[in-house]
Design a protein around this ligand. Structure first.
Ligand code: B12
Ligand code: SF4
Ligand code: SF4
Length: 268
C-alpha cells in the first residue's frame, strides 16, 4: 500500500482544481454493501483484471447555472465538465503509468447517444457506485450520489489502477433528508420516492425527456439535482432558502426573471 503515491495523487488533483477525489480498493465491489448490487461483469476487476484501486474524481456543476435548466447554459456547462472529467482522468492515468503502475481512465458516461440509452439505460461501469465505495457520498431518493460539498451537483469519472493505494472509508451517515423535493419537481414523475436502491427511477421515462430536450439543445434536465437542499454550495451561492424555486413565493422575482431570460436564447 503506497501512502506516498496517494499523497502525490491528491496533490495532482489539487493542481488540476479537482475538488473531490476518493479511493476504493477494487475488492470492495465483491462485498455488496446493499442489494441489488452491481452485477459481476460490471465490476472493475472483471473489466480490467489488473485493477487494485479505483480512483474517483468529482467536478461540480455550478448551482446558479443548473437553476437555469433546461437551458443552453447548463447544456454547455455539462459539456465542459464532461470534457474536463475525461481529460483529467486521462492525465491521472498517464501520471500513474509514468510511475510504473498500469492505469486506465473510464469515460465519464460511456454511451453514444441518448437514443441508445432509451433502449438500454446502463453503462459498462457505474461511477456513482464507484464514488460511493470511494467514500465521496451516499445515495439520495433521486438516485444520484449526494456529496457534502455539492449535494448531487457533481459529476464523476474513475481511473482503474494496478497501484495498491490505501482506500477511504465509505460514508455511513445518510446525507439525503428525504424531503421529497426531487420527487415533486420531476416533470415526468420518474422518481417513485422509495429509498435507494429499492426505489429506482424510471430510466426510460427520464431518458425520453432528455432525448426531447437534446433535440432542442437544452438537455440535460437536471431538475432533481437543482432542488436538492443538500450541499455546501447552497451556502456559497446564498441559495439556502429553497422557496427560491417556488414561482409564487415573494422576493425571488429577480431570480425567476433571470432564469426566464436565459431560457429564451440559444436553444429551441
Ligand atoms: C445511463 C445513465 C443515465 C440514465 C439512467 C439513470 C440511472 N439512474 O441509472 C438517464 C438518461 C435516465 C440518466 C439521467 C440522469 N443522469 Co445519468 N447517467 C447514466 C450513466 C451513463 C450510466 C448509469 C448506469 O449505468 N445506471 C444503471 C445502474 C448502474 O444504476 P442503478 O439501476 O441505480 O443500479 C442499481 C441496480 O440496477 C443494480 N445494478 C447496478 N448495475 C447494474 C447493471 C445491470 C445490468 C443490472 C441489471 C442492475 C444493475 O445495482 C444498483 C443498486 O444497488 C452514468 C455515467 C456512468 N457511466 O456511471 C450517468 C450518471 C449516473 N448520470 C448523472 C446525472 C447527473 C444524471 C442526471 C441528473 C442528468 C443531468 N446530468 O443533469 C439525470 C438524473 C436521473 C436520476 N434521477 O437518476 C451522473 C450522476 C452524478 C451523481 N452525483 O450521482 C452520472 C454518474 C454521470 C457522471 N459521469 O457523473 N442517466
Ligand atoms: S433528470 Fe429530470 S426527468 Fe430525469 S428524474 Fe430528474 S427531474 Fe425527472
Ligand atoms: S431532494 Fe430531498 S429527497 Fe431528494 S435526494 Fe435531495 S434530500 Fe433526498
Amino acid at each position: 500500500m503506497s501512502r506516498a503515491l496517494k499523497t502525490k495523487i491528491i496533490k495532482k488533483c489539487e493542481d488540476l482544481d479537482i475538488p473531490l477525489v476518493g479511493f476504493a480498493s477494487a475488492g470492495r465491489w465483491t462485498k455488496p454493501p446493499f442489494e441489488p448490487w452491481v452485477p459481476e461483469e460490471f465490476r472493475p476487476r472483471v473489466i480490467f483484471p489488473e485493477a487494485q484501486t479505483v480512483i474517483v474524481i468529482g467536478l461540480p456543476v455550478s448551482l446558479p447555472i443548473v437553476e437555469t435548466a433546461p437551458s443552453i447554459w447548463y447544456h454547455e456547462l455539462y459539456r465542459t465538465v464532461n470534457t474536463l472529467l475525461d481529460s483529467n482522468g486521462y492525465r491521472i492515468a498517464t501520471f500513474l503509468n509514468g510511475e510504473g503502475f498500469p492505469s486506465i481512465s473510464v469515460p465519464r458516461d460511456g454511451y453514444g447517444s441518448i437514443t441508445i440509452l432509451k433502449d438500454k439505460p446502463i453503462a459498462f461501469f457505474s461511477h456513482r457506485h464507484a464514488a460511493y465505495l470511494a467514500g465521496l457520498g451516499n445515495f439520495g431518493i433521486n438516485n444520484t450520489l449526494l456529496t457534502k460539498k455539492f449535494g448531487p451537483r457533481v459529476r464523476f469519472s474513475s481511473v482503474f489502477t494496478a497501484a495498491k493505494i490505501p482506500p477511504d472509508p465509505v460514508m455511513k451517515t445518510p446525507l439525503c433528508i428525504q424531503c421529497m423535493r426531487c420527487v415533486n419537481v420531476c416533470p415526468v414523475k420518474a422518481i417513485d420516492g422509495g429509498e435507494y436502491p429499492q426505489g429506482l427511477i424510471d430510466k426510460k421515462t427520464c431518458a425520453t425527456r432528455s432525448e426531447a430536450l437534446s433535440k432542442r439543445y437544452n438537455s440535460p434536465c437536471g431538475l432533481c439535482i437543482k432542488v436538492c437542499p443538500v450541499g455546501e454550495d447552497r451556502k456559497l451561492f446564498q441559495r439556502e432558502d429553497l422557496e427560491i424555486y417556488d414561482e409564487h413565493a415573494t422576493g425571488f422575482d429577480h431570480y425567476h426573471k433571470a432564469w426566464r431570460h436565459v431560457r429564451n436564447y440559444g436553444a429551441k
